[in-house]
Design a protein around this ligand. Structure first.
Ligand code: F6R
Length: 607
């Protein structure tokens, strides 16, 4: 999604703004721009495509000025081109925006009637003209911004700057996050703390409905009614991580290889290995008292939740309702008095997941959230959080956050099982020991990279791929297909293997690779039957299994990837690795933009 940066500084800010925008690249974008004020004039450079294009523009035509705003745009209203790129101007007003102004059509009609001309197709330009119109009515810059904000409906984070005031940027937040950074005689605005990490770790997060007047020497925050509000200044955590690729070609490759470490850290947070128990911690609900857990999330986080459903129901006998958040938020699910709600989100900012959380808040259910960004909105609005200790995830395709979400869910399922009396202390000890072995097996799975890379070369030649799995391997089949399509652009579908004959079998021919995830578990034989059905129709099977499964599969395969033999509870965590590596190497062969695939955004702050 769009990224925002603003600096009221001491030195020329354009290069600093570009540097900060680079740290927001991971969010996904398709154009970028910077505006500054120098010698009483507003100047701007914008470019379609990657930041390198903007940097070239700035090299050819540099921008002076010690105050400026910048933006990476992920198109919603209007195609991604230079004209639609932010910042947008209206007379003396410059503005950048993340989100969607829902009443923009109506506002635009009124502004056109008042003689305002629109240069772009964006909803953002409406805000620039609204502020301008308030100035024209005689309001001062701060009052004009406030008056304009009151007219907006929808989700937005905004930074507004005025020709004529080189000591002030106004920031506003209603939905998408916005952070104020405190420097030495300088102040900053940014979509997240990572963007501001080269400048400062001292951060104040704006809350929904807040707007702020940011000057070199002061910060004033107001609510939408104009009352002063106080927001805590905090030391941002997590930004000490070096946001670079190290020796890896892509962030995604680096993040895949970080998994033994981050999964280990995450498990250690939830499990007491020495005593063989899942830590009781301060969960906002009592697993022994609830009779249903409602789970909502999007994309890969949803698929982690789907694996979690199998675990909670199997080990803790706790029924789980799970939905993609964009459905959950509108389907008016009844929540009983004994229900609890759990949300899963790497970024903690996903608009649909946040809206689902707010639905449950209104319904009175206790709310927990599995999040990677502890300062995020979802974290702040939950009654309790279950952090994943994955560190910043920069690759748009989620990898380490997914396995860490699985590690949290598995740990919670064991805890719920113990609290609900469905496992005794001895069984809990065994499960905790088995979970503690996950990092070791992830490490072993990483050693499959050369074989998977070879196979990926073949996969990069095909147009369609089918993924099949049963039980927890069904969500993994969905995840494998999602990963492949998002970074290699190859069409892929995941199915429950038992569903094959209810439709997708019609797709099978000699051209169709079918990736089957089938470790030797209690339903292995059933999946083997499905593989026979594929083989009988000439489909090319790629089997991902363990040594026992490989020995007993009795089906000819194009390739068999033998994953370590692991205990059932950690099987999804370990089997996630070949899914990720297969997608990664295929995308590398396809030559796609692995870390920032086309059209995708890392943090989806609009519906
Ligand atoms: C896929 C992917 C997305 C995210 C989804 C939710 O690789 O990364 O599907 O999982 O957009 O994002 P979060 O977890 O930030 O809520």
């Amino acid at each position: 999604m769009c990224g925002i940066v603003g600096i009221v500084g001491q030195a020329p800010v354009a290069p600093l703004i570009v540097d900060a925008l680079k740290r927001l690249e991971y969010r996904g974008y398709d154009s970028a721009g910077v505006a500054t004020i120098a010698a009483g004039k507003l100047g701007r450079r914008r470019a379609e495509g990657k930041l390198i294009n903007l940097e070239r523009r700035l090299q050819d035509e540099p921008l002076d000025g010690t105050i400026g705003i910048g933006h990476t745009r992920w198109a919603t209203h209007g195609v991604p081109n230079e004209t639609n790129a932010h910042p947008h101007f209206s007379k003396d007003v410059a503005i950048v925006h993340n989100g969607i102004i829902e009443n923009f059509a109506e506002l635009r009609t009124g502004l056109i009637a008042d003689g305002y001309e629109f240069a772009s197709q964006t909803d953002t330009e409406v805000v620039a003209h609204l502020v301008s119109r308030e100035l024209a009515k005689g309001l001062g810059p701060v009052e004009a911004a406030h008056a304009a904000l009151r007219q907006l409906e929808g989700a937005f984070a905004l930074a507004i700057m005025y020709r004529g005031d080189e000591d002030m940027i106004i920031g506003a937040r209603n939905g998408p996050p916005l952070a104020v950074g405190h420097g030495e005689g300088e102040m900053y605005l940014g979509s997240d703390a990572i963007a501001l990490s080269p400048f400062t770790n001292a951060i104040t997060y704006l809350e929904d409905g807040d707007w702020a007047v940011v000057r070199r020497g002061s910060l004033e925050i107001f609510d939408i009614d104009g009352n002063r509000v106080e927001r805590r200044r905090q030391q941002s955590v997590g930004t000490s991580y070096l946001v670079d690729k190290g020796n890896y070609r892509h962030f995604m490759e680096k993040e895949i290889h970080e998994q033994p470490e981050v999964v280990s850290q995450t498990l250690a947070h939830y499990l007491d290995f020495a005593n063989g128990v899942a830590r009781r911690g301060d969960t906002p609900f009592d697993f022994a008292k609830i009779d249903r857990l409602a789970v909502a999330a999007c994309g890969t986080a949803y698929l982690a939740g789907l694996v979690g459903k199998y675990w909670f129901e199997r080990y803790a006998r706790l029924p789980v309702d799970i939905d993609v958040a964009s459905e959950f938020r509108y389907r008016e699910m009844p929540l009983t008095r004994d229900s609890a709600a759990l949300f899963i989100s790497q970024s903690g900012e996903t608009a649909d997941t946040l809206a689902s959380l707010r639905y449950c808040r209104q319904a009175g259910a206790p709310i927990g959230a599995i999040v990677n960004v502890r300062e995020s909105t979802i974290a702040r609005e939950s009654d309790g959080i279950f952090p994943t200790l994955a560190g910043p995830e920069i690759g748009v395709a989620s990898t380490k956050a997914f396995t860490c979400q699985l590690a949290v869910l598995a740990s919670l399922a064991v805890r719920a099982a113990a609290e609900r009396g469905h496992i005794d202390a001895a069984r809990e000890r065994v499960l905790v020991r088995e979970l503690s072995e996950a990092p070791k097996y992830i490490n072993q799975a990483l050693k499959l990279a050369p074989q998977i890379e070879k196979l990926a070369r073949e996969l990069s030649q095909v147009k369609h791929v089918l993924y099949l799995g049963r039980d927890t391997n069904y969500p993994l089949a969905l995840e494998g297909a999602l990963k492949l399509k998002e970074i290699s652009y190859i069409h892929a579908e995941g199915y429950a293997a038992g569903e094959l004959k209810h439709g997708p079998i019609a797709l099978i021919d000699e051209q169709m690779p079918v990736i089957v995830i089938a470790p030797h578990d209690r339903i292995f034989e059933k999946t083997v039957s499905n593989m026979q059905e594929v083989a009988a129709r000439g489909g090319k099977i790629i089997l991902i299994t363990d040594a026992r499964g490989a020995a007993q599969s009795s089906v000819d395969t194009l390739d068999t990837i033998v994953v370590p033999d692991v205990p059932e509870i950690i099987s999804p965590i370990v089997h996630a690795l070949p899914m990720q590596m297969l997608a990664y190497y295929t995308a590398v062969f396809m030559g796609t933009d692995v870390d920032q695939p086309r059209n995708l955004a890392k943090s989806v702050t609009v519906e």
